[in-house]
Design a protein around this ligand. Structure first.
Ligand SMILES: [Zn+2]
Length: 446
């Protein structure tokens, strides 16, 4: 494989993808979809170009295998979030390369992966045509619209309208990370499960009256106490198999000794050690959120005038449950913790559970092997996503969807996602393309 010329080709494609302004709303992904379809068809790959709504697009392409195994699906979305152009040091839609980075909105979310997926299809097609490889399952490529906003014309639309075109055993989607710390690649986290988002309203009741006469039982004070009590009493730690494996595999490469020991404790499965590890990691918000169902108060509603004591005020809680933690049980637990009969809880939006993916599947093992072939020092860990992606929907539909961000990046570069001066290191783009190709080759070639 001539990776140098493949790398140059990937850069050219990623620049082209960034130059289509697919800011959503309105999206306007169709011209980009046409570009992808043209490139795939020119490579003689079977390709469908679909138009779910005016100016919205979807591209589905397929490399046929011998059908011994069920297909594998490469997913990426074409739309991007908006920009505050005045805060960028480059034109966000020019695809400029500067000091080893390719800049542009979507460079890491999600056009980088779209380019890597496209390149994987092109390279596989060439290898198949030259009879250097043989596929034992179909490899499907899907590029979708509308992921960042309504998700009305994206993956859900494909599932509803063209299910046969994307039905697969495994899928690779966005949603993981490949972390570099102080220049050293540490770990590649593959998202195999997601927390479930719910919205709950907390309402406090009390006597109303003129503000000049303070009242015991004031609803505003009651609500404040309830919120503070919830905030001060985190829900109990529950280690999922995914999370235990995450900490066990991460601990050997983790740079901070106290945290490394705590991760080993959590990975050990021993109740006493788990408790000890939790006390250390609970101070790191990103890690604490993996350990338990969490509650974030996000909005306050109530009051009619500065001099009126209201009879009712409420707060909005954003609750992220661990898979297998029913929201009704969580709300009942919160009501017990608050212990105030004049504070009630209403579930306003109920999230939907999705099954967990295995981390011993051929797809996960293929990702791990492809990673080790590129860098044997990189730990590969399964992880629970605290956010929400299309993968949850895929899992409910019976596809084992794995979330990756195959581009090694420092935290600071990853934080440019949805922010200013989004960019991808060219070396990371190269690495990520080889990783996707290597993983698909391992899972799909005979
Ligand atoms: Zn994305």
């Amino acid at each position: 494989m001539d990776w140098n010329s493949a790398h140059a080709e990937t850069i050219t494609h990623l620049q082209a993808l960034i130059r289509f302004n697919t800011t959503n709303p309105p999206g306007n992904e169709l011209p980009l979809a046409r570009y992808l379809a043209d490139v795939l068809r020119a490579a003689e790959i079977e390709t469908q170009l679909l138009e779910p709504a005016p100016m919205r697009g979807a591209v589905v392409a397929r490399l046929r295998g011998d059908g011994r195994d069920a297909p594998v699906l490469l997913m990426a979305h074409m739309d991007v979030v908006g920009v505050e152009a005045e805060h960028w040091s480059v034109n966000p839609f020019a695809g400029e390369v500067r000091d080893g980075f390719l800049y542009g909105r979507g460079a890491i979310d999600d056009k980088g992966m779209l380019a890597a997926n496209l390149m994987t299809m092109l390279l596989l097609a060439r290898e198949v045509a030259a009879r250097r490889i043989h596929l034992r399952r179909d490899v499907i490529f899907a590029a979708t619209s509308d992921e960042e906003v309504a998700d009305e014309w994206g993956m859900g639309w494909l599932i509803d309208n063209h299910p046969e075109s994307i039905r697969a055993e495994f899928a690779l989607n966005e949603g993981g990370r490949t972390r570099v710390l102080d220049g050293k690649p540490l770990y590649l986290a593959v998202q195999t499960a997601e927390k479930v988002a719910h919205v709950v309203r907390l309402t406090a009741h009390g006597p109303g009256g003129h503000a000049s006469v303070p009242l015991e039982g004031n609803a505003v004070a009651r609500l404040a106490r309830a919120i503070a009590t919830i905030h001060d009493n985190p829900l109990p730690v529950k280690l999922l198999p995914t999370t235990r494996e995450f900490f066990r595999e991460l601990s050997p490469v983790w740079p901070v000794p106290a945290e490394r020991a705590a991760m080993a404790d959590l990975g050990s499965g021993d109740a006493g050690r788990v408790e000890r590890g939790e006390l250390v990691l609970r101070d790191i918000p990103m890690l604490d959120a993996l350990l338990r169902t969490t509650v974030s108060p996000t909005m306050l509603q109530g009051g009619v005038a500065p001099n009126v004591i209201p009879t009712e005020v409420s707060a909005t809680l954003n609750i992220r449950t661990l898979p297998g933690d029913p929201i009704d049980d969580v709300v009942a637990a919160l009501a017990r913790i608050v212990g105030d009969p004049l504070v009630d809880f209403t579930i306003v939006e109920r999230g939907e559970e999705s099954p967990l993916c295995e981390f011993s599947s051929p797809m996960f093992l293929a990702i791990a092997e492809a990673t080790r072939a590129l860098n044997p020092d990189l730990a590969v860990v399964p992880f629970l996503g605290t956010g929400a992606t299309d993968s949850a929907r895929m899992r409910r539909w019976g596809v084992q969807a794995y979330g990756v961000l195959p581009f090694p990046m420092e935290q600071s570069d990853e934080e440019r996602m949805h922010a200013n001066d989004e960019r991808i290191p060219l070396d990371s783009l190269h690495f990520g393309t080889q990783l996707i190709y290597g993983a698909i080759l391992r899972v799909a070639a005979a």
